[in-house]
Each structure stands twice: as C-alpha cells, then as structure tokens.
Write a protein that binds this ligand. Structure first.
Ligand code: FAD
Length: 326
C-alpha cells in the first residue's frame, strides 16, 4: 500500500483541527498516512508531534510566509509538492469550505479529480482502485465513485469516518518551503475574529448534536433545545422551519441548504424529518427523535424514538441525565 497525503487544517494557534483524526484514520486504512500542513517558518515542531499522536507516519511541513494572507494558495502548492515527494496515490482532505477549494485547485495543477463529500473510502476487490462512498438523495442511497487515471483527491465529510490510526511516537518529519506556484486565490486584507456565540462544540464537527424544529413553537421555547444540548455537551442545530420562524439564526440550520453533520448522536426535537433535513443528518451514527406525531417521517430513520410532547419528555430527560451524573 502506498502513501496517502492528508491535508491538515490548523487552528489559529497552529494546532490540528478536530477533523484531522478521522482523515488520518481513513488514510491509515488505505496506506501510509502523510500529514501535510502549512506552517509559518520554524513553527511546526509542536504540530508535527501532535500529528504523530494522531497516526501520521510522515509529516510534511510546508513553510510559507504568505499562508496567512492568501486563502489556500500555500496549501495547494504544499499538497502538489508532497504528492510528488512521497509519490502519493491519493489525497484526503476535509469536506469543509477551505479544503474543498484547495482540492479543486489542486486537481487543476496536479491533473487530478475530486471525489467530494465522501462518507467512506475503500479499495476494490483487487486492492488497486480507491472507491469512495457518498450519501445521496437525502441519505436514502449510498453511491460509489472512482477516478480512472490521474490523482484522486477525496474530500471527507467531517465525522463520517470512525477509524482512528495508531499513534506514531516518532513520525518522520520533512520541512520544506512551498515550491509549487499555484495561481493566486483570494487575498485577506483584513480579518476580525468573530466573537464566539457560545462555548458549545462547533456544529459541523460536533460528536453530539441536539436540533430543534418548528415543534418548539417559539424562540423562547427553543431554550429547551439549548438546555438538552448543554446537558449532553452537544452542539445546537435546527430545521429550516425553525430558522425561518426566527427561533435561531441560519448558521444553525442542518440539511440540504444548511450544514451537513455526521455526529455520533443526533437528537431531533419537534422535527418532522423532511427529506431536505435528513440530507444533512442521516449519516449520524445514532438518531433519537422526539415528536408527538407517531407518523412523522423522522421515525423512519430514528434508532430510538419517543412519541410525545417535547415539553413533557425533554425536561424529564434532562433530569434523568443530571441524576445519572450526580
Ligand atoms: P415541520 O415539518 O412543521 O414539523 C414540525 C414537527 O414538530 C411535526 O412533525 C410535529 O408533529 C412536531 N411537533 C409539533 N409540536 C410538538 C411538540 N410539542 N412536541 C413534539 N413534537 C411536536 N429543511 C431543513 O431542515 N434543512 C434544510 O437545509 C432545508 N432545505 C430546504 C431546501 C429546499 C429547496 C426546500 C424546498 C426545503 C428545504 N427545507 C429544509 C424545508 C423542509 O422541506 C421542511 O419544511 C423543514 O425541514 C420542516 O421543518 P420542521 O420539521 O421543523 O417543521
């Protein structure tokens, strides 16, 4: 099995983002994981050690002075350099806005193709061709795709792959300046950190999500969703009807025209389960639905369902969770 290049997204303070573990886990199943990260010159030692602990056998630190002001350009060049240096057969990246744009630009300069929004990846029976699984039509079907010829670049839906790689105590580290010139992308003239709305986990990558729908009835009542989310340490999501009714802002919307999530646990409160909502959450590992209509379509995909009023069931649930913790 060959080398698999993995694009690592980093936080503002230079740590690997939470999506890195799943990507390196997927890469380890397909070959030897090579983590590729862009750093400011001389800043990558701590990052490399962390990537080793997440299973990177090799760490390619691409140093760039301009990464902070040019969106994705250094990452495109770094991946192209790493693919050449390690003869990588595949590139794995997150299906996030940043990494998707890098994937597309890399495909152009490296003569490759992008398989987007993968929820699984494997080799064919001969162990030759990579096959990518996609969850489509609101999660009702799983399709497979492959690329014939050229570099295959796969963007993986965050949270969709559970595999984790074994820690590597002493990853082989290579540091080099980015040498491949990619066409310049957008430049950042000025950036202001958005104030954190809450200290809850980020919706897109959360391990647990509690979402509320129109069944909550009002913005005030939506606090019940927040309460259950906090008692589970979960992120908060919402249906489009809840967003359109003004209960929460659009950034909370899960579904076809919102965020796609693949958490370990998804709790749907007062959500009917329209196909456009399911499109964004059907790959969750365990789905719990609470709805007073026993015929609500959300129950078709729920692992556990409670037919009942959220205002009766959820407070009891919160009390039961608190009782278990005390
Ligand atoms: P409803 O369908 O009104 O369901 C409310 C549910 O709450 C009902 O099942 C009801 O039984 C239950 N309920 C009511 N009161 C209680 C109570 N007290 N206790 C328990 N249960 C109760 N939707 C999305 O969510 N995300 C998207 O990204 C999205 N994109 C779309 C894109 C397009 C192009 C279109 C056309 C639609 C899109 N929609 C999307 C809208 C989608 O079709 C549904 O209208 C929406 O998901 C419904 O939201 P809901 O389940 O909260 O509301």
């Amino acid at each position: 099995m060959g080398n698999i290049a993995v694009l690592i997204e980093t936080t503002g303070d230079g740590a690997p983002k939470s999506t890195s573990a799943g990507l390196l886990g997927a890469a380890a199943r397909m070959g030897t994981p090579v983590a590729v990260a862009v750093t400011a010159p001389g800043q990558g030692a701590h990052l490399a050690a962390k990537l080793g602990s997440l299973g990177a056998a090799h760490v390619y630190l691409a140093e760039s002075d301009t990464a902070a002001v040019e969106l994705g350009t250094a990452q495109v060049g770094a991946l192209a350099d790493a693919v050449r240096a390690y003869s990588a057969q595949l590139v794995l990246a997150s299906n996030t806005n940043d990494s998707k744009s890098v994937a597309g630009r890399l495909a152009i300069i490296a003569n490759g193709s992008v398989a987007a929004d993968a929820v699984g990846v494997r080799y064919d029976e001969e162990g030759q061709e990579a096959i990518v699984q996609h969850s489509v039509f609101g999660g009702d079907f799983t399709t497979e795709s492959t690329v014939e010829g050229g570099l295959m670049i796969i963007t993986v839906r965050p949270g969709s792959i559970d595999a984790r790689a074994e820690a590597v105590a002493d990853p082989q580290i290579k540091t080099a300046a980015v040498s491949t010139a990619a066409a310049p992308g957008a430049r950042i003239d000025h950036a202001t950190d958005a104030p954190a709305e809450s200290d809850r986990p980020v919706l897109r990558t959360a391990q647990a999500v509690v979402s509320g729908g129109r069944g909550l009835g009002s913005k005030e009542n939506f606090a019940l969703v927040d309460e259950l989310a906090d008692s589970l340490g979960a992120a908060v999501g919402a249906s489009r009807a809840a967003v359109d009714s003004g209960y929460v802002s659009q950034s909370f919307q899960v579904g076809q025209t919102g965020v796609s999530v693949s958490p370990q646990l998804y709790v749907a409160l007062g959500i009917s389960g329209a196909i456009q909502h399911r499109a964004g959450m059907q790959t969750a590992k365990t789905i719990i639905a609470i709805n007073k209509d026993e015929d609500a379509p959300i129950f078709d995909i729920a692992d556990f369902g409670v037919v009942g009023d959220v205002f009766t069931v959820v407070p009891q649930l919160i009390d039961a969770i608190a009782a278990r913790r005390s």
